[in-house]
Design a binder for this molecule. Structure first.
Ligand SMILES: Nc1nc2c(ncn2[C@@H]2O[C@H](COP(=O)(O)OP(=O)(O)O)[C@@H](O)[C@H]2O)c(=O)[nH]1
Ligand SMILES: [Mg+2]
Length: 452
């Protein structure tokens, strides 16, 4: 899934990693390569255009998080944009207020409707539902047979119909009645397909829609057909109003273009992907996981997420201002320690990364839990005035603080010394780090505040 696109994007990022900073030039060539990679993956040109505009705006604008290296910044922007075009949130199946919920499975012939109906039934049953299957493909007896056999294999009931029920609508209505009588809460209606979209089929499906009032109309598309899948999804949506897409055969060598285009072009979410012929080869579609899979850099991405989680950007900016204006108090010192600790085992994370600029220096940063608790306890035992201005902490105040925090005067002395050193160090660093305009990474927290 997405191998070729993934390879190409990774090459772009690898080239960027070598660059010390993001210039207009290397950014431009990276963008050009990303654009090519998407087009080669058969992503719809409109989607590529919107994607590139999004990336460009973010890269040039203020949204660039200053805690990352240039390559990481670009990876983050591309990832966020990928998630955006894929739909941001995983889209769940809806159910009707009064059961049974009717779900129509529609699409062209051979796209995987019958197979997906079986897979969906299995998934829904695992979630505690009681689905009933019915095939209304009256044109090919073998098609109905196929669903029957599949249902039997899954130990799932399938409405077989009476001899006089020869119309799709009759079959579907009877199946609904059967579901009501046997307390089945979902009816999955596997419909007929055609090789191409034709009027007759659309009329039939529209009739089914108005008679059954389905909660979901799931369009099944074959990912291997690329932009044709997108085109027919668009057409089905115009004529019928689909509520979601199941993209099948993602286990094949589909280039990924359909997956990346369908949401933007139809406005309807991709809900599931089929990844094989077996009944368990169906995955709920999660835009963020897929985006990560496409980028194929789990370690870098989880690092980015972690840093982002830990660092409140506003706070970091406020801290920066304080450093420059010499207002960095013991209270801030404590906040910084807490943030640093939130990063967890920074060392193990950094171990996975290529050597990236300032992060190299962070590699030896370790937060000793005991030390951390002691420092926080000491600062907690100070009065607000003391935290604001460490200069007023004289001998008797030190003794009081030590008592209050269950530490010794020596510990309090040490902490104050470290704090003073950190202040001094940061002041020196801040003029170098924060003073420069572009491309340089800013640290959201001091380098090892324990004196590393
Ligand atoms: N590899 C693979 N094959 C699939 C997938 N979904 C369906 N198929 C195969 O595609 C063919 C057509 O599927 P079918 O469900 O009969 O399509 P329908 O005409 O739309 O009902 C069958 O050979 C299925 O096994 C999938 O996700 N991966
Ligand atoms: Mg079928």
């Amino acid at each position: 899934m997405f191998e070729s696109l993934s390879d190409k994007l990774q090459r772009v990022f690898k080239n960027l990693r070598g660059e010390g900073k993001l210039t207009a030039e290397n950014m431009e060539s990276a963008l050009k390569e990303i654009r090519m990679a998407l087009l080669e993956a058969d992503v719809h040109f409109k989607v590529v255009k919107a994607f590139m505009e999004g990336v460009r705006t973010k890269a040039m604008g203020q949204e660039v998080l200053t805690s990352f290296t240039p390559a990481q910044q670009v990876i983050k922007i591309v990832r966020d944009e990928l998630v955006a075009i894929l739909g941001t949130h995983a889209s769940r199946l809806r159910t009707a207020n009064t059961p049974p919920t009717i779900m129509l499975i529609v699409g062209l012939q051979g796209s995987g409707k019958t197979t997906s109906t079986g897979k969906l039934a299995r998934l829904l049953a695992k979630q505690g539902h009681r689905p009933l299957l019915v095939s209304v493909d009256v044109y090919r007896p073998a098609a109905r047979q196929q669903l029957s056999v599949l249902a039997k294999d899954l130990s799932m009931p399938c409405y077989e119909g009476k001899p006089e029920e020869v119309k799709p609508l009759d079959l579907a209505k009877s199946a609904r009645r059967e579901a009501e009588q046997t307390a089945r809460d979902i009816v999955l209606v596997d419909t007929a397909g055609r090789l191409h979209i034709d009027e007759e089929l659309m009329v039939e499906l529209s009739e089914l829609k108005s008679a059954l009032n389905p909660t979901e109309i799931l369009f099944v598309a074959d990912a291997m057909t690329g932009q044709d899948a997108v085109k027919s999804a668009e057409e089905f949506h115009k004529r019928l109003g689909i509520t979601g897409v199941i993209l099948t055969k993602m286990d094949g060598d589909a280039r990924g273009g359909a997956a990346l285009s369908i949401r933007q072009i139809t406005g309807q979410p991709l809900k599931f992907v089929g990844t094989g012929e077996k009944p368990d080869a169906l995955e709920a579609f999660h835009p963020d996981r897929i985006a990560n899979r496409i980028l194929g850099m789990g370690d870098v991405l989880s690092f980015i997420d972690k840093v982002q989680e830990a660092v409140d950007q506003k706070k970091a900016e406020e801290m920066q201002r304080k450093l420059l204006t010499d207002e960095f108090t013991l209270e801030d010192f404590r906040d910084q320690l807490k943030q640093l600790r939130k990063l967890g085992s920074l060392e193990s994370l950094l171990g996975h990364l290529p050597q990236v600029g300032m992060l190299k220096e962070l590699k030896n940063t370790k937060v000793d839990e005991k030390e951390f608790t002691r420092v926080v306890a000491i600062i907690d035992s100070m009065t607000p005035a003391e935290r604001d201005n460490h200069m007023i902490i004289n001998g008797s105040r030190r003794r009081r603080i030590a008592r209050g925090s269950g530490t010794s005067v020596n510990d309090v002395n040490n902490l104050l010394k470290q704090y003073s050193q950190a202040r001094k160090m940061m002041k020196t660093m801040s003029s170098g780090l924060f003073g420069k305009k572009q491309g340089k990474m800013k640290l959201p927290f001091p380098l090892n505040p324990f004196g590393g």
